[in-house]
Design a protein around this ligand. Structure first.
Ligand SMILES: O=P(O)(O)OC[C@@H](O)[C@@H](O)c1c[nH]c2ccccc12
Length: 268
């Protein structure tokens, strides 16, 4: 199993930024989502961010909300999510990060959740709705089980707060490109580029940018501004949603899209 640090070091030598696609377990169904994860890896993903479906995903826009609904309708539970992760880890050594809402962790018990995460060979956890001020118990478990705790940094995060987050975070900084919810966007704002520079100057970890990244040109813009990689969720899930009645097309189109996005991570 590869650490984030090893991944970023390897990529630096190859003059590439990291491509980290995001999918929801069980969307459109358990088996297909595992095939999708493998397709992402086979076509250039450097790491994966894996979402546990949740009924009230407050940080998510319509695309991911609907993915969560599809997965929950398929009967995906937290136990099934861990089963998925164990299968995925057998397939690949690349870093795998979880995206979860705190309720799912709280329900299982913080200690047990982190232990299961460790046993599944997962690298990191990002809890979408848990600020660092309230993360004491989670941080304790993350240290005990050697899981990187990822925290979100938003455009409104002050440098002072960024330093506080830097004290607790490991793995990478998750820079949210814009205020708002997840969802593919047409453009990268100029303000996002200056924000990336600010986090590079004031943070301590490699910077991954997410929220809205949906085209190769977006990846080029953010990496030129200093980002170490991109997290791409909704643009991939839109492909799933569009092809629900012709599932063989899902893998085909995701393969094509991933290759195109990975190509854009090469630094000139
Ligand atoms: O979907 P987008 O706009 O490409 O953004 C990445 C995103 O999907 C993923 O990182 C994510 C999904 N749900 C979240 C909730 C909070 C923070 C991040 C996320």
């Amino acid at each position: 199993m590869k650490t984030y640090h090893e991944m970023f070091t390897d990529l630096k030598m190859r003059k590439e930024a990291a491509l980290m696609p995001f999918i929801v377990i069980g969307d459109p169904d358990f088996k297909t989502s595992l095939e999708i994860a493998k397709t992402l890896i086979n076509n250039g993903a450097d790491a994966l961010e894996i979402g546990f479906p949740f009924s009230d995903p407050i940080a998510d826009g319509a695309t991911i909300q609907e993915a969560d609904t599809r997965a929950l309708k398929n009967g995906i539970t937290v136990d099934k999510c861990f089963k998925f992760l164990r299968k995925l880890r057998k397939f690949t050594p690349i870093p795998i990060g979880l995206l979860v809402y705190y309720n799912l962790i709280y329900q299982r018990g913080v200690e047990k959740f982190y232990k299961d995460t460790m046993k599944a060979g997962v690298n990191s956890i990002l809890i979408a709705d848990l600020p660092p001020e309230e993360a004491e118990e989670a941080l304790k478990a993350s240290k005990k089980y050697n899981i990187d705790q990822i925290f979100i940094i938003a455009p409104t995060t002050s440098n002072k707060r960024l330093k506080m987050i830097s004290k607790h975070a490991s793995g990478f900084h998750y820079l949210v490109s814009v205020m708002g919810v997840t969802g593919a966007r047409k453009e990268v704002k100029k303000s996002t580029l200056t924000f990336i520079k600010r986090v590079k100057e004031n943070g301590k970890l490699p910077v991954m940018v997410g929220f809205g990244i949906s085209k190769p040109s977006h990846i080029k813009e953010i990496t030129k501004a200093g980002a170490d990689g991109a997290i791409v969720g909704s643009a991939i899930i839109d492909i799933i949603a569009k092809n629900l009645d012709k599932r063989e097309k899902i893998l085909e189109e995701i393969a094509r899209f991933t290759k195109k996005m990975k190509k854009a991570t090469r630094r000139p």
